[in-house]
Design a protein around this ligand. Structure first.
Ligand code: HDE
Length: 713
């Protein structure tokens, strides 16, 4: 069992479950894997196929014959390959892995996932708005859904990379989704929130203010899934072995730290690598560079439920970490790519309703509505109620019940009794009484004694305090990015009255600076002060909360970072080797980027492989650039507009740029001034490397922000 360095003194009892290995789900999937190695080509009925190129025709130039069962079967299967994509979160990428609890986890929950040494998982990341074929790096929320194949059944933690949501009550979800999705008359825009219907809805629904602010921040385009936080969003419950229930919020804290793309980069990536996030995760896992998070919880004792200045059942609110610290209770590692996208990533069916003993729901009205929606949507998407039999969805623990039949049933249930109680089949399958360990599921025995009411609690009224809290917690650069985001998004809104509603009626309640800056860019006059009612404006805590800034958890080192080394024929081979060795030693990945894919002929006659062409892995796919020396190499690179652009673009995107020996000439040719921060030149690799790593650890050269805005690239 892993040790949690943060909670040494806070351990509860732990027990290991030796029979559950981390690859138990992989073994379970093995029975459905199909390997065509050395196989003959056959029909689905097992008949060997002699000719897979020609239909059966009446004569060489004649019509196809109806009896061509081989053609008909092939075409019929092809015609029916597609299933409906997810109504939201259609575009996703996933990986297998495992979860290891820390010893303190079992203190809060009797769930096996917190007791067993290791539990296999499958995690799917997604964007929300776009269709399955849309771009990865759009401005959007990212889904972060994990299926834990626990020894007591599947638990799904179906969260997002932002800790709050747009609406408070599930009743508004279809309205919100209709507003954010491409508009119904022309299906524009794809993967974008910058359009009239979304902002119309937002401008009329002040409860969206907080979440919209998050989506206008750089969190809306993570640099890599590994650099992204995750949140369960709702308040859930954990139930311990004594039956005591506590409220919790779940957090995924990335071990690699947090960092994001910047907007211009994200937009350029739509064209240069629309699969950017999924490709990076895939390649990293392929290279053994696993993704890791710690699972954290904020615990609220039941008696403290009402002690906050917001309602913990309101999904538009966070619990600031200063109020309730996040306690780490385990570690997630993603280390294996799926074998087949459709079978696994597309067919996986998550639901917040998939819980296990030791975990329970709260009365959050958004969560309550989700409990219906996820099961319901699988009926259409996966074709009926047997989706739990699809290999990626089936639990690793044994399970039996009296549910029978329906479309595509795989299980061959033996025995005569499909009801309970029965005496014919020995009374099986039979119930298990609840218990502290391995017992039947038992809901928290909460007393509910109330009038039926279609309404909302007054404690859900404050829509702006936490938006102000978020704004106040951002650094200057982050605030600038948020201002740019509202300005850009609203510029795409055609109706002036919608733009005005946002600028005059929403933004002043968050920040007058924000309202004025966006108002100025839109030529819209801003009122003197807040415009919301006292209740909606709220009086909650608004002083800075450190963890709300992405800068609070910058990577700090060069691990997992991608570094381009620009080179051409005549490059100094020694420098390339030294750079690659040093970067790899620090956990970074180095790529030799050259004008062509032909192996490079170094100055000393050595041959060096080129990893990509200048436009194959452009600067937007990299975190930093180094120009290696070699007189001839620099001469060639100077002649290439692409290499000059490479440096300028990296400069504009605030990336650290270094040049070794003659490499400085390419810097000059690109118009970059080595006296500036984060533009480093030196005679030898060791002269530049230390400073280079320091900047890279900070993710970007933030001090360059104003200057970079003047760059045309
Ligand atoms: Fe979802 N959501 N959602 N959602 N959601 C779906 O389920 C829904 C919400 C989230 O990788 C759908 O199987 C309602 C919050 C993720 O497969 C659907 C409400 C959070 C995924 C659905 C919400 C999420 C979904 C579409 C408001 C963060 C992708 C396909 C009451 C805590 C999971 C599907 C995957 C997917 C409904 C709000 C996260 C339609 C009704 C809040 C990560 O059932």
């Amino acid at each position: 069992m892993s040790k949690n360095p943060h909670t040494e003194s806070n351990r509860g009892p732990a027990s290991a479950n030796p029979e559950l290995k981390r690859d138990s789900k992989s073994k379970d999937l093995a029975r459905d894997r199909m390997d065509a190695t050395d196989q003959d080509l056959r029909t689905n009925q097992g008949v060997r196929i002699a000719d897979n190129h020609n239909q059966l025709k009446a004569g060489e130039r004649g019509p196809t014959l109806m009896e061509d069962f081989i053609f008909r079967e092939k075409m019929n299967h092809f015609d029916n390959e597609r299933i409906p994509e997810r109504i939201v979160h259609a575009r996703g990428a996933a990986a297998h892995g495992y979860f290891e609890p820390y010893e303190n986890a079992a203190r809060y929950s009797k769930a096996a996932v917190f007791r067993d040494a290791v539990t296999p998982v499958f995690t799917r990341f997604s964007t929300v708005q776009g269709s399955r074929g849309s771009n990865d790096t759009v401005r959007d929320v990212r889904g972060f859904a994990t299926k834990f194949y626990t020894s007591e059944g599947n638990w799904d933690l179906v969260g997002n990379n932002m800790p709050v949501f747009f609406i408070q009550d599930a009743m508004k979800f279809p309205d919100f989704v209709h507003a954010v999705k491409p508009e119904p008359h022309n299906e524009i825009p794809q993967g974008q929130s910058a359009h009239d219907t979304l902002w119309d809805f937002v401008s009329l629904m002040p409860e969206t203010a907080h979440m919209i602010l998050w989506t206008m921040s750089d969190r809306a385009f993570p640099r890599h899934y590994r650099f992204m936080e995750g949140f369960g969003v709702h308040t859930f419950r954990l139930v311990d072995a004594e039956g005591k229930s506590r409220f919790v919020k779940f957090h995924w804290k990335p071990i690699a730290g947090t960092c994001s793309l910047i907007w211009d980069e994200a937009q350029l990536l739509w064209g240069r690598d629309p699969d950017f996030n999924r490709r990076e995760m895939w390649k990293d896992i392929q290279n053994g560079d696993v993704l890791e998070w710690e699972l954290g919880i904020q615990v609220v004792e039941e008696e403290d439920e009402m002690s906050f200045d917001y309602d913990i059942l309101d999904a538009t609110k966070i619990i600031p970490e200063e109020e309730v610290p996040v306690e780490m209770i385990g570690k997630l590692t993603l280390n294996r790519n799926p074998d087949n996208y459709f079978a696994e990533t597309e067919q996986v069916a998550f639901s917040p309703g998939h819980i296990v003993p030791g975990i329970d729901f709260s009365n959050d009205p958004l969560l309550q509505g989700r409990l219906f929606s996820y099961l319901d949507t699988q009926m259409l998407r996966l074709g009926g109620p047997n989706f739990h039999e699809i290999p990626i969805n089936r639990p690793v623990c044994p399970f039996a019940n009296n549910q029978r039949d329906s479309m595509h049933r795989q299980t061959i249930n033996t025995g005569q009794a499909s009801y309970e109680p029965n005496s014919i089949d020995g009374g099986h399958p039979s119930e298990t009484a609840p218990g502290p360990e391995r017992g039947g599921f038992e809901s928290v025995n909460e007393k509910v004694d109330a009038h039926k009411i279609r309404g909302r609690s007054d404690s859900f009224q404050d829509h702006y305090s936490q938006a102000r809290l978020f704004w106040n917690s951002q650094t200057d650069v982050e605030k600038e990015h948020i201002i740019e985001a509202y300005t850009f998004e609203l510029s795409k809104v055609e109706r002036p009255y919608i733009r005005e509603r946002i600028i005059q009626w929403m933004l002043p309640n968050i920040s007058m600076d924000l309202a004025q800056a966006v108002g100025e860019m839109h030529g819209v006059e801003v009122p003197d002060g807040p415009t919301a009612s006292e209740e909606e404006y709220g009086r909650g805590r608004t002083e800075k909360s450190e963890p709300l800034s992405l800068m609070a958890r910058l990577p700090g080192d060069i691990k997992h970072r991608k570094v381009a080394i620009l080179a051409a024929d005549g490059v100094d081979a020694g420098e390339i080797t030294e750079l690659k060795d040093k970067l790899t030693e620090g956990g970074a990945m180095a790529f030799v980027i050259a004008p062509s894919m032909a192996p490079l002929k170094a100055a000393n006659g050595e041959t060096i492989e080129s990893d990509a062409m200048l436009n194959g892995l452009p600067s937007v796919t990299m975190d930093a650039v180094i120009v290696a020396g070699g007189e001839e190499s620099i001469k060639r690179l100077r002649k290439s507009g692409l290499s000059l652009y490479y440096l300028q673009e990296a400069y504009k995107h605030l990336k650290v740029i270094a040049a070794v020996s003659q490499g400085s000439e390419l810097m000059e040719a690109a118009g970059l001034d080595s006296s500036e921060e984060g533009v480093i030149v030196g005679e030898r690799v060791e002269d530049v490397f230390g400073e280079f790593c320091e900047y890279l650890g900070q993710h970007r050269v933030w001090a360059r922000n104003d200057k970079a805005n003047e760059m045309p690239a």
